[in-house]
Design a protein around this ligand. Sequence first.
Ligand code: TLP
Length: 338
Amino acid sequence: MIDLRSDTVTKPSEQMRQLMAQAIVGDDVYGEDPTVNELETYGAQLFGKEAALFVTSGTQGNQAAVLAHSRPGQEIIMDKDAHLFLYEGAAIAAFAGVQPRILPHEFGKMKVDDIEEAIRAEDIHCPETALIWLENSHNRSGGSVLPIAYLKEVYELAQTYRIPVHMDGARIFNAAVATNTSVKEMANYADSIQFCLSKGLGAPVGSLLVGEKSFIDIARKKRKMLGGGLRQAGVIAAPGLYALKTGVTRLQEDHENAKLLASALGEYTELEIINPVDTNIILADTTKSGKTSAEWLKLLKDNNILAVSFSPTILRFTTHVDISKKNIDEVITILQKL
Ligand code: TLP
């Protein structure tokens, strides 16, 4: 099977497995796991932030961030397709007791005027705005990148109102590589960032949350409440550290493969590519083909290709470290036959 469902499906490399076996460990709840500590220090430095927290997943990192930034009864401004809103089981309502204020967007960018209008004024009737939430790259928009100029504009607005900005950077390295920007530069315009080790970078587990030390100290307690206080977590931090050190530059290959696949899909099928394919995600509209996404998924699966459905008429294909140029050529040959 050529698995293009997500960049989460990658298997740890032999090198990662060896590092897991050899990792020096301790009890991380006591702060005594040297490998976790090394990963956190390295991650914080890479993003130019004071501190970092190793979490088991992007979802746990995002939720710890929400809990650390907000109080029950407050509100978070986010776009209507944010992963936080669509795919985290309403955890912000269930755990943090906050509500989402969802705004329209174009490829992940909410209008800055809309954000300003959505910021709550002091009023006995209203919740307070706890946080502004950005997602970079933006998953539901097909991995599109929020450019630095936009990040800066949103951050300056947020500072005017003294509201923190969190960036769901599950795929921030894809965004940085695609725009030839450093994650440190992007991090200048967010108070906290969650980024995944287990997506494009290819680690089996984990994310980091980065920010000021005082914020990370609170998030660490919240992570414990979420059941994320792990013990000898060095065994999963070791492949994460390796992924962070070695997995970034090769993301360019995933982006090239995605572009190649997108143009083949456009050429050999009736699927219509509806995103600019900035990074490693392709969104294809099935309408013109007269078939639904479910029908396409079956047809593709019968031909050894896996993708996911984003709606009854939208398919998502994602390239990653376990998909080579050769695999893409194989997919193209299959598409030509179809
Ligand atoms: N995204 C997954 C699914 O949950 C949709 C995927 O296959 O793309 N933020 C963003 C922007 C994400 O895309 C994801 C995962 C997460 C957070 C959550 O990360 P995990 O899966 O580690 O909890």
